[in-house]
Design a protein around this ligand. Structure first.
Ligand code: ZN
Ligand code: ZN
Length: 318
């Protein structure tokens, strides 16, 4: 095996590279043919020496770094004790590797699947998560579920960053199913999914959630480039109106099922206004939306079974 040529590179990253262990864990691998990401991947697994621990640790670190790293600006302005509730439980993460292998997910193996294949997989996960989230989120607006679970997330009427994961543990579990369910479902049909791809997906999904709750709609926001991308503007309206815009990534489910009717009407009215009157109109429109939103929320809390369907033309969904 051509080990000597790559060893210096690996040694640089993780100290003394254990060649015996490497040969043991990767018996048929030509290390010389691997790209940098794949070499680092091998280094990590060899360095830890135990795939179960290596996968578990990596999953834990990934979540912490991506989530909290991205949120530092908001963490400063938020109340610190709140976060402890959502601290991952390190004890549970060791079960992840056997679970991943059980579902046929590649973990320590290299090379990774091609970037093209991973892009297709990630696109599928986005579409699945968005669909799952749309229906689960609408269900969470049903009176009893809203009162006991989803209300917590709505306590921030104007969302910002951390509100993305500011939610009841059951909500994190229910909506998290949409994130991890796509990859697991995929594994039922095809054997070519690598956990590296799942990490990339989870990272992108966290970015998506945080951006949706950033409270900013920049001229360079993704929804300006991709017209069916939801973005902060779309989800902000959900937090104000309470009854529209249930999806996460894409606008198509809300569009198809009519749950963006108020949002679209508001957008049209603002667009039709004279430029000099636009800002004032937008402000008064949003105030009206918010007033109605408060009423709709109260109705849901009182057990209104129609919550989540408010604003949808009669006969369309009921
Ligand atoms: Zn909601
Ligand atoms: Zn939200």
């Amino acid at each position: 095996m051509a080990t000597t040529s790559y060893v210096p590179l690996l040694t640089n990253h993780f100290g003394q590279f254990n060649e015996t262990k490497a040969a043991d864990m990767y018996p048929d691998t030509d290390f010389g043919s691997l790209n940098l990401a794949e070499r680092l991947w091998v280094s990590w697994y060899v360095w830890i020496g135990n795939p179960v621990i290596a996968t578990g640790l990596m999953s834990f670190i990934m979540h912490e770094v991506v989530y909290f790293g991205r949120c530092i600006p908001w963490m400063i302005i938020d109340r610190m004790p709140y976060f402890r509730k959502w601290k991952l439980q390190p004890g549970k993460i060791w079960g992840f590797h056997p679970l991943a292998e059980y579902f046929g997910l590649a973990t320590h193996s290299v090379p990774f699947p091609s970037w093209k294949l991973m892009a297709v997989q990630i696109a599928l996960f986005f579409v699945f998560e968005d669909m799952f989230h749309y229906f689960a989120h609408r269900a969470l607006h049903y009176g009893p579920l809203y009162k006991h679970i989803h209300k917590m997330h709505h306590e921030y009427a104007a969302p910002f960053g951390l509100a993305a994961e500011y939610a009841h543990p059951l909500e994190v579990l229910i909506l998290g199913t949409g994130t991890i369910g796509g990859p697991l479902l995929y594994c039922l049909f095809r054997p070519d999914l690598h956990i590296f791809c799942v990490y990339v997906w989870v990272t992108l999904r966290l970015f998506q959630a945080i951006d949706a709750h950033s409270g900013y709609d920049f001229p360079w926001s993704l929804n300006k480039l991709i017209p069916f991308w939801s973005g902060a503007d779309h989800h902000d309206f959900h937090h104000m109106a309470f009854v529209n815009n249930y999806s996460t990534s894409f606008r198509w489910w809300d569009h198809m099922l009519g749950t963006d009717n108020k949002y679209r009407a508001y957008k049209e009215r603002v667009a039709a206004a004279k430029p000099e009157e636009r800002d004032a109109l937008e402000k008064s429109e949003l105030e009206a939306v918010e007033r109605e939103g408060v009423k709709a929320e109260r109705l849901a809390e009182l057990g209104g079974g129609k919550a989540g369907m408010e604003g949808v033309p009669r006969g369309k969904l009921e």
